[in-house]
Design a protein around this ligand. Sequence first.
Ligand code: ACO
Length: 432
Amino acid sequence: MTKDTLSITDNRTGKIYEVPIKNGTINAIDIRQIKTGAEDFGLMSYDPAYTNTASCTSRITFIDGDVGILNYRGYPIEQLAEQSNHLETTYLLLNGDLPTRPQYEAFTSDITHHTMVHENIKELIDAFRYDAHPMGMVMSVVAALSTFYPESKKVRDKDTRRKQIHRLIAKVPTIAAYAFRHRTGLHYVLPDNELSYCGNFLNMMFKRTEGTFKVNPVLEKALEVLFILHADHEQNCSSTAMRTVGSAESDPYSSMAAAIGALYGPLHGGANEAVLRMLNEIGHKNNVAKFVNEVKSSGGDVRLMGFGHRVYKNFDPRAKIIKKMADQVFEVTGHNPLLEIAVELERIALEDDYFIKRKLYPNVDFYSGIIYQAMGFPVDMFPVLFAIPRTAGWLAQWDEMVEDVKEQKIARPRQVYLGAGKRDYTVMSKRA
Ligand code: ACO
């Protein structure tokens, strides 16, 4: 007879325990009962980077890393990239289903209504140094928004939560564009609510003296696709930061500032920026083989940025879509010479035993930077271009976590203490 349970024999005591299996997992607290005696705290699991630990149940994003599947609320990413737009996908992530026409129009109008930021935000951005990294500015301004909207602390109230979610989705592109304009010494451009989500962002970024910035429809569509691809990715480092901070019932602005901080890192969303710097450093496709050898012999110190993923061990479906889209973008913008180096790097790496054995493939960040650069974005804006669409995912994850009152509590992992045992304080003159 089969049963959905796991039997564990503790060889220290000879005792056998039976714990339930649900959704392919055992509950970590169920192994606490496994003790050698009354004094024993009980068994814990050790998983420093959460490599095999599910921290929540979720109904938002499904990934099968072995076969390269990514679905938002059940819809394959390939279909969304081809047929949807970023606001519709955002609605889907937040609400669970694609909107009807009236729902979509109401949502778009709501987001558009919130695109302006308080004039004090400009002063806040002005206070940054002329060469401040835009991601640092965006992170700080998002944190500061909690002081503009103190009611956001009522995280248990659904309507209040919804309002902050709409505010953040609407305002993050404005803040991002303002950070860029400050960096380049250009005047701030107010949001234009006649434009699409991406069209408005491009206008706030690039408008100079002309009445209305002419947004190239191919580039606008490319940005929509890039935003859709980056909108959510289940329990990655930054979403986990969002959920962890949010679990303390912090307001969403503070939680999202933490998520932006996590995304900023070069092993996560900062990788697109790092890829561009790496390609520039390589300089020419003839130098690729030498660089790959450096990576291999560095013992893990030098990484091929934009390669490898914790979950995808076959290919990253987002990278496939981006690579295909690159040709359309380059038809408009002209060729990016770094593409040649990237293609050669991918070719050599994919034939090399080191990368094959470790299942290292190009991830979403490998080609996105080359496209962003061709579109006119400076390299240090790349992580910001990741943060704008990921706002949707972070907020969907946060909202789901707050609603899950049955299972979620304040996040508080355990540790394995290996430090000094109890010892007595000695005065400074007596210390060796
Ligand atoms: N270049 C060279 N070697 C690598 C790379 C890489 N990009 N990634 C992993 N490896 C090697 C490691 O050195 C390790 O080798 P070892 O077994 O000989 O020690 C092995 O592959 C496994 O690597 P881990 O670090 O254990 O893999 P993990 O799943 O923890 O890391 C990560 C995933 C962080 C994405 C990693 O692949 C990496 O650093 N990639 C480069 C940065 C990057 O592109 N990040 C963006 C990821 S996508 C995103 O976050 C949006």
